[in-house]
Every structure is written in structure tokens, then in C-alpha cells.
Design a protein. Structure first.
Lengths: 260, 433
């Protein structure tokens, strides 16, 4: 069944500051939506609020995944319902190996007593790591600890590939990646594109969208989408920047949550 | 003097007891002298810990323990620990005395001595006398003095020159009679260039208040290597006060692995004295506190010899209302050139009512040395929990992963697989209550 992900009138605050100011978006399985926007306009806040980060408080709006109320769910329930966020800044966790972590994540989706066998798990993990051109030693490294920026991003994609979510949010998956890594990561994402999986790709650069072709491009300013279009919109931004958008819409200050 | 009223035993009874069990005159004198000291000395001064308010006077009195003929007669409380040790070397002490002793024949052939300390006093009196109470001295404080006066059972392990013992030598200490005194004394002497691993377990099987007043003395002679691993898992009603000391000669090495898994109040002090040049020490302490436990863990390294490295690591997890004071003391004496003293103490607190306090202390009287310390006390990081949960892992499993992850870098360094697994399951038990 094609996943349907609907965000309506979403408002969210952090430490009392309102950052999301009525965000609307509808996504279906098979679609790739790109979100672009200047720094500090609320893109990561959107991603964190959707995933349920405890620091962000949703004050208004609804989010549904296949008709289920996402905002009612705890973070782990959201993940098990099919939501995945590749984070802009993934946590480092000393003492927990990448493979122990991934196995716990996979088993969390299974009934007690039907845990994935170790052999099967290792085989799956090894094959995905090969696709992502990751050194097998990363299996035994502590989770993200001492990983380079690019290695962390690859590790996020590895998790996505193993967990097979329905809605994937990629928050600046391209930042810190060299050209080869960008290609590898994009291939990983493209391999996962399917009719029953939707992608929300947050990025600053057209370059990523050359690899991961979006169906829709949205521009975010002041905590909401201010303009939407097709792939050509991203190309225009790459060429001309954001000034014309601000002029067209009469926006002076695009960021949100600033003290006045 | 009013010793009778403040001490758990009087001189007359102690002397009678010593004679009755056939102890030589020197030992009787040693006990009586220690008893006199006990009357004069103060309790040990523990950092931020009022040990005088603990239940530390339940000494009980000496009681004979009936020996067991075979391991399958061992009390059920230690059956799991005894496991399949038929082939190895094992001493079991129940309350005041040894009930089972086995030394693997191949070790006996090489001249290894492994008996309870009473038997050792009878059969190897001069050897025991040369070392007994010279590392943990009765003069230190009242608890050490009382131990020296009242010790019972215990272990004497002697490894002759150049003998390398590959399989761990083991002991189990069980207290399950609140009226019986329980103060085992462990004495290990590793002669020049010998090597041994000794592992012991401390267990209680009773619900009345009791005390374990224990002392461990390790002597690593020139070039000898001693690995001492100990797991304390006394129940809530047993107060545990344990002093461990190692004296390390030229190029000798001592390695401490300590699992503090008690449910009762615990004070332990583990110290290596690096006397000879090139002597080294490594200490790893893993602790989990729960309930309303009061805990005070100290590790110490004292450097006299040149080129002496020491490393001390303590990692403690505190849940519920547990309180822990964790001290690390690196002391480098004048003349100990090129000594290297490192220590790390880390406490992870799982509840707002848990307390942890890490006190790293470096006392350095020599210029040509390296030394370092790191200490941290913190809560579980909510960002980490969020990250793990965002992959579908439940909150409680995420917390478990982070807690095991906190201990893992130390546990994974423990070179004995059986012990590693035992510690993992004890940690699980303490966290799961
Ligand atoms: N934890 C926080 N505490 C205080 N302010 C915050 C916090 N997180 C975000 N903000 C503020 O919210 C606003 C939006 O931040 P957000 O990270 O969502 O922007 P972004 O669009 O992802 O920017 P970038 O492109 O730089 O990643 C910023 O002004 C930021 O400072
Ligand atoms: Mg961002």
C-alpha cells in the first residue's frame, strides 16, 4: 500500500520560541519532495518535530501516516510505524557497537521470540555495507563514535536501508560528503525508491538533486513553505539564490525565532 | 580499659579460641596485639562517608563449619558459581571456615600451595608469618585491627619461582549464618618470575544483618605477575568492608579486576604499592549501586620504584537512591622517576535521587613523571536516548544499551571470558530489579 503522509498546520516551539508557523505538506509513496531554504528557517526543526524530539513542542496541527495520528506516538512508535529521520547531527554512543545497535533496532520491529538470527543479520548488514562502500570494521566500531562527518552520513543511510521505512526524511544528508561519497549515498537512496516509500529531502544544494531526482521542490522560510514547484525551482535557486523569492513574496527576514 | 564493651570479642576469649584451634604462639600474640590496637584506633576516615553510622559491628562469633566431601553437596546459593569446577583448584569457605579445598594435582607437583589460611599457618608457618599483615597493617585503623584479631578461614596461595599457572585458581566465600563471624583473609605470594590468576566470589545467603570484614594481601616478587579478580555480590543485609593491598617488586605486575555488585553498604579500598623499579599496576573496578546503598570505592597507586606505570579505572552506575563516593589516589614518591600514573573515574546516574561523587587525587613529589586523571559524573544523555528510540528501540531498551555501553569499554578489557559473562549477567540483575 502506498504510504500517505500528511502534515497540516504544524506549529512547534523550542524553549518557548515558535519556529514552525503552520507547515503544510502532503506526500505519497513513490514521491520525492525536496525542501530547500536559507539557514535558520526551521528545516531541521520540522524534521525533529516529526520524529518527536523531546525538546520540540508541537502546539498546533496534525500529522498522519497512513491515517494514523503520528503526534500521539512516542518516538520509538513513530519509527516502528515507518518514519525514519537521517539526522543532520547523529549522536555518538560510546560502548554500543554499530552491530548491537542495528540488531536491537531490527528486533524492536519483531515479535519476541522471532528475533532475527545472527547469521542472517550479519549477511544483510554486510551486503548493505558493501553497497555503501563501507569498511566492514564499522560494524564493530562504537556507534558514530569518532566517525568522520561523511562516515556518519553513510551510517545513517545504512540504517535506513536495513530498517526499510515508509517515510524517509533526509536532513542534509549531503553535507560533509565528498563527491564519491555523495554518489554512493545517492545510489543507496535511489535503490530504496519504490512505490510504497516516500522521501523528504532537506538540502541546500542542487547537486544532491541531480542524483536524487525530486518530484517536488519546496522553499521554506519563516517556519513554513512559501513556494513550491518542480525540479526547475531548485535549479533557479542554485543559479540566483533566494533574493528573488524574498522580493517576490515581500519577505524581509527569512529566519524564524529571532528575538525582536 | 573498657574494651569488652566496645569490641566484639574480648582478649580472654580470643586467646582461648586461638589456642583451641591449635594456632602457634606467634599468631595468638598477633591476634591479641591487634585486639589491643582495635581498642585504641579510630574507624577509617572515608571521604564524605559516615561509616560509623553503618552497621559495622555485627561480627558474630567463630563457629565451626562442617566440611563437604564433594561439590554437589555445596549449598544451593553457590551452586551456580561452583558449576563444573571438579577439575580445577577451588576453596570454598562457608561462614567462619573452609569447607572444601581442592588443588589441581599438576599444580601441587610444581610446588604450588593453595589451602585455607589456618592450614597454611600449621603447615607453612614461617612463610605465612613473613608476609601476614605486612601489606594491610593492623595499625591502619580499627577495622584493619579487628580483622587482624578476628580473621578466619581465608586463603593462602603460594606460587614458587618461575612457575606459570595457566588456569585460574578460584575461591568462593559464603556467609549464610548471621551468628558466625565472617572475616576471610586472602594472602597471595607469587615468587620471582611466577604468574597466576586468582578469581574469587563473595556471596551471602541470609537475611539477617551481618558484616564482611575482609583483607587481601598480594605480594608480587621480582618479575611475578598476579591477576586478582573479585566479584562481591552480598545481599542487602551484609555490610562489606574490604581492604586490598598489593606490594609489587622489581618488574612485577599486579592486575586488579573488581566487580562491586553488592546490594548492601560497601566500602572498599584497593591499593598497589609499586616498590620495585619497573613494577606495574592496573586496576579496573565495575560497580552498580541500587536501592539505598551507601558506597565508597577507593583505588590507589603508590609509586616508589622508577619506571613504574599505574592505571586505575572505575566505572559506576547508580540507580534509585544509591549514593557513591569514588576516590582515586595516585601518589608518586620522590625518586620514582619516570613513573606514570593514570586514573579515570566515571559515574552514570540513572535517577535524580542517585548520587555520585568522583574525587581524583594526584600527589606527586617527583618532577620527572607523567600523570593524568579524568573524572565525570553525569546522567544518561537524552539526545542519545532520542537517537536510539528514533530507530524503533523502546525507551527501556535504549537506556539499557547506553548503560551497558558505559560499562562496556572496561568490561570488554577483562581477559577472562567466564568473568566477563558473569559480570554482564550481574549487571543485568542489578539493573533489572
Ligand atoms: N535547541 C534550540 N534552542 C534554541 N533555539 C533553537 C534550537 N534549535 C533550533 N533553534 C532555532 O530555531 C531556528 C531554526 O533552526 P533549524 O535548525 O530548524 O534551522 P534550519 O533551517 O535547519 O537551518 P540550517 O539550514 O542551518 O540547518 C534557528 O533560529 C535556531 O537557532
Ligand atoms: Mg538544519
Amino acid at each position: 500500500m502506498a504510504a500517505e503522509f500528511v502534515i497540516e498546520g504544524l506549529k512547534a516551539t523550542i524553549e518557548g520560541k515558535e519556529i514552525l508557523k503552520g507547515f503544510n505538506l502532503q506526500m505519497k509513496g513513490g514521491e520525492v519532495h525536496a525542501i530547500m531554504g536559507p539557514n535558520g528557517t526551521g528545516k531541521s526543526t520540522l524534521a525533529s518535530s516529526l520524529m518527536g524530539h523531546p525538546k520540540y513542542e508541537v502546539t498546533e496541527g496534525t500529522v498522519t501516516l497512513e491515517g494514523q495520528d503520528v503526534l500521539e506516538m512516542s518516538v520509538d512508535e513513530r519509527a516502528r510505524a515507518g518514519l525514519f529521520l537521517a539526522m543532520q547531527y547523529p549522536s555518538e554512543i560510546a560502548g554500543v557497537t554499530n552491530s548491537d545497535f542495528l540488531r536491537s533496532a531490527l528486533n524492536a520491529r519483531r515479535e519476541e521470540g522471532s528475533e532475527i538470527s545472527l547469521i542472517k543479520f550479519i549477511r544483510q548488514m554486510e551486503s548493505k555495507m558493501k553497497d555503501l562502500e563501507m569498511n566492514p570494521e564499522f560494524m564493530h566500531r562504537y556507534l558514530n563514535e569518532g566517525f568522520s562527518g561523511g562516515e556518519k552520513k553513510r551510517n545513517e543511510i545504512l540504517q535506513m536501508m536495513l530498517l526499510e521505512p515508509k517515510i524517509v526524511i533526509l536532513d542534509e544528508i549531503d553535507s560533509g560528503l565528498d563527491i564519491d561519497a555523495l554518489r554512493v549515498v545517492a545510489q543507496g537512496v535511489n535503490a530504496m525508491r519504490s512505490e510504497d516509500r516516500g522521501f523528504l529531502v532537506i538540502t541546500h544544494y542542487q547537486r544532491l538533486l541531480n542524483y536524487i531526482k525530486p518530484d517536488f521542490v519546496h522553499i521554506m522560510m519563516q517556519g513554513r513553505i512559501v513556494k513550491s514547484g518542480g525540479p526547475e525551482l531548485a535549479e533557479r535557486l542554485e543559479a540566483d539564490g533566494y533574493e528573488w523569492v524574498k522580493e517576490e513574496l515581500g519577505i524581509e527576514d527569512e529566519v524564524v525565532g529571532q528575538e525582536v | 580499659m573498657t574494651t569488652q564493651t566496645i569490641l566484639p570479642v574480648d582478649a580472654g576469649r580470643l586467646s582461648e579460641l586461638s589456642l583451641r584451634s591449635g594456632e602457634p604462639e606467634w599468631l595468638k600474640e598477633s591476634r591479641l596485639k591487634a585486639l589491643e590496637l582495635a581498642a585504641e584506633l579510630e574507624l577509617p576516615k572515608l571521604e564524605k562517608t559516615r561509616i560509623d553510622r553503618w552497621n559495622i559491628n555485627q561480627y558474630g562469633s567463630y563457629k565451626e563449619s562442617a566440611a563437604i566431601a564433594a561439590l554437589n553437596e555445596a549449598p544451593s546459593s553457590i551452586a551456580a558459581l561452583v558449576g563444573s569446577s571438579e577439575e580445577g583448584s577451588l576453596i570454598i569457605q562457608r561462614n567462619s571456615g573452609a569447607v572444601y579445598t581442592r588443588l589441581a594435582p599438576e599444580l601441587a607437583e610444581q610446588g604450588v600451595i593453595f589451602t585455607d589460611l589456618h592450614t597454611a599457618v600449621k603447615n607453612h608457618g614461617e612463610l605465612v608469618r613473613r608476609y601476614l599483615h605486612t601489606a594491610v597493617k593492623p595499625e591502619e585503623h580499627k577495622v584493619a585491627a579487628l580483622h587482624a584479631a578476628l580473621w578466619n578461614g581465608g586463603v593462602f596461595l603460594y606460587i614458587p619461582k618461575n612457575v606459570v599457572v595457566d588456569t585460574p585458581v578460584q575461591a568462593i566465600f559464603l556467609t549464610d549464618d548471621a551468628e558466625a563471624s565472617f572475616a576471610p583473609h586472602i594472602l597471595i605470594v607469587a615468587d620471582s618470575n611466577s604468574s597466576v590468576t586468582y578469581v574469587d566470589n563473595y556471596v551471602s545467603g541470609k537475611s539477617e544483618a551481618g558484616l564482611h570484614n575482609g583483607a587481601v594481601e598480594v605480594f608480587a616478587c621480582a618479575g611475578a605477575k598476579v591477576r586478582y579478580a573479585t566479584v562481591h555480590q552480598f545481599g542487602a543485609d551484609t555490610t562489606d568492608v574490604t581492604y586490598r593491598r598489593a606490594i609489587v617488586e622489581n618488574d612485577g605486575a599486579v592486575e586488579w579486576i573488581v566487580g562491586e555488585m553488592n546490594d548492601g553498604d560497601t566500602a572498599s579500598d584497593t591499593k598497589s604499592v609499586l616498590k620495585g623499579n619497573g613494577a606495574s599496576s592496573d586496576a579496573k573496578v565495575i560497580a552498580v549501586g541500587s536501592g539505598s546503598q551507601k558506597l565508597n570505592y577507593t583505588t590507589q597507586a603508590q609509586h616508589f620504584g622508577k619506571n613504574t606505570p599505574s592505571n586505575m579505572i572505575t566505572r559506576a552506575v547508580m540507580r534509585e537512591n544509591a549514593t557513591s563516593i569514588i576516590n582515586g589516589i595516585t601518589k608518586i614518591e620522590k625518586g620514582a622517576t619516570r613513573a606514570d600514573g593514570q586514573q579515570t573515574e566515571k559515574v552514570l546516574m540513572l535517577s535524580p535521587k542517585a548520587r555520585g561523587d568522583a574525587n581524583p587525587i594526584l600527589l606527586i613529589d617527583e618532577d620527572d613523571v607523567t600523570a593524568g586523571h579524568a573524572a565525570s559524573v553525569g546522567q544518561v544523555n537524552p539526545e542519545q536516548i532520542y537517537y536510539l528510540m528514533s530507530r524503533g528501540i523502546s525507551r527501556s531498551d535504549a537506556e539499557k544499551l547506553v548503560i551497558y555501553g558505559f560499562l562496556a569499554p572496561v568490561v570488554s578489557q577483562i581477559p577472562l571470558e567466564g568473568l566477563r559473562n558473569q559480570l554482564k549477567s550481574l549487571v543485568e540483575r542489578k539493573l533489572g530489579q
